[in-house]
Design a binder for this molecule. Structure first.
Ligand code: HEC
Length: 291
């Protein structure tokens, strides 16, 4: 009984002390939390991977090594090391507050090449945002690749997938920034008429052309803008344009544009029809005057 009394007399005081410390701790912890959440959330804007602070955050992500057979860049079997692509996506989603449910990730290279991957169509292979070839040093993470006419370096970041190298998978190199955005078709790219041929053209545009070209200022910047202020069909003869899309090298030596002669003729006609139709839908403003 005595024991019970003393303990019942002691415990409440101890509880109060604990409660007070918890309260102090909570207030102490809460201050920075509130301050943090008051910062504006980062938008879905492009994130510069070269930024020192971003590089530090990336360095905390899990890495993996992948073996690429028949490697296009260095030949033979080649191993790379990089951040797990699923971890990069999760990190990007947290930073941009873009849900991964219906999003597309863009990989932007220093030369303006933009590779856009719908997360629903992410290859079912182990992928990495490679930061070095296995054995690469801190000073020289990647050796120069001699696979093209001009030697080039795939760094600072190179998206690569485990298994036999496949041209059809997205493998952008020279990646310097990434972005995550809802996987919507930009209004600036929707054709002026809703016909099967134009819709097919839009599909081809999105899959093959917009990584290098912009229409109404949206898209890659490696190749020229094709709609504003002048639509490409306003200054190219249709027959020449047909030849260019079939095989750019037939018109221009050393063209950076790939040939599309492998594409069914109906699809090539669809992309031409799409390009021509877009002249009816120029998005003009103070920056781009169309007339
Ligand atoms: C890898 C990047 C790349 C891709 C993909 C690409 N192009 Fe090009 N394209 C270029 C570049 C670069 C030029 C500029 C000159 C050159 O290198 O030939 C060009 C030039 C053009 C031109 C001529 C524009 C002008 O005024 O000189 C047209 C039209 C064109 N591309 C259409 C397309 C279409 C349609 C597709 C998709 C089926 C496509 N391109 C895919 C890079 C690309």
């Amino acid at each position: 009984m005595k024991e019970f009394l003393t303990s019942s007399g002691k415990y409440p005081r101890r509880y109060i002390l604990i409660l007070i410390s918890v309260a102090i701790l909570a207030v102490g912890l809460n201050v920075p939390t509130i301050a943090e959440s008051e910062e504006p959330p980062p938008s879905s804007a492009t994130i510069n991977l070269i930024d020192a602070q971003i590089a530090q955050q990336l360095a905390t992500l899990p890495t993996r090594k992948v073996l690429v057979r028949n490697d296009k860049l260095y030949g033979g079997d080649h191993e790379y090391e990089g951040y797990k692509i699923e971890a990069v996506i999760a990190w990007l989603s947290q930073r941009t507050r873009v849900s991964v449910d219906n999003a597309a990730m863009s990989f932007i290279a220093s030369d303006g090449y933009l590779s856009r991957v719908s997360l629903r169509e992410l290859p079912k292979r182990a992928g990495i945002l490679a930061f070095r070839e296995s054995g690469g040093s801190r000073e020289k993470p990647f050796r120069d690749s001699k696979s093209a006419t001009v030697p080039f370096n795939p760094g600072p970041y190179y998206l690569i997938w485990e298994g036999t190298f496949d041209d059809k998978l997205p493998t952008p190199w020279g990646v310097t920034s990434v972005s995550l955005a809802a996987d919507d078709i930009p209004a600036e790219h929707i054709p002026p008429h809703d016909t099967p041929q134009l819709n097919r053209g839009l599909e081809i545009w999105r899959t093959h052309c917009s990584k290098c070209h912009a229409i109404n200022k949206i898209g890659g910047t490696m190749g020229p803008e094709l709609n504003v202020p002048k639509n490409v069909t306003e200054y190219w003869q249709p027959e020449r344009l047909r030849e260019l899309i079939e095989n750019p090298a037939a018109l221009r030596w050393g063209s950076k544009m790939p040939p599309y002669n492998w594409m069914p003729i109906g699809d090539r006609e669809a992309i031409l029809a799409y390009l021509a139709a877009m002249k009816e839908k120029k998005v003009c403003n103070s920056e781009v005057t169309c007339h």
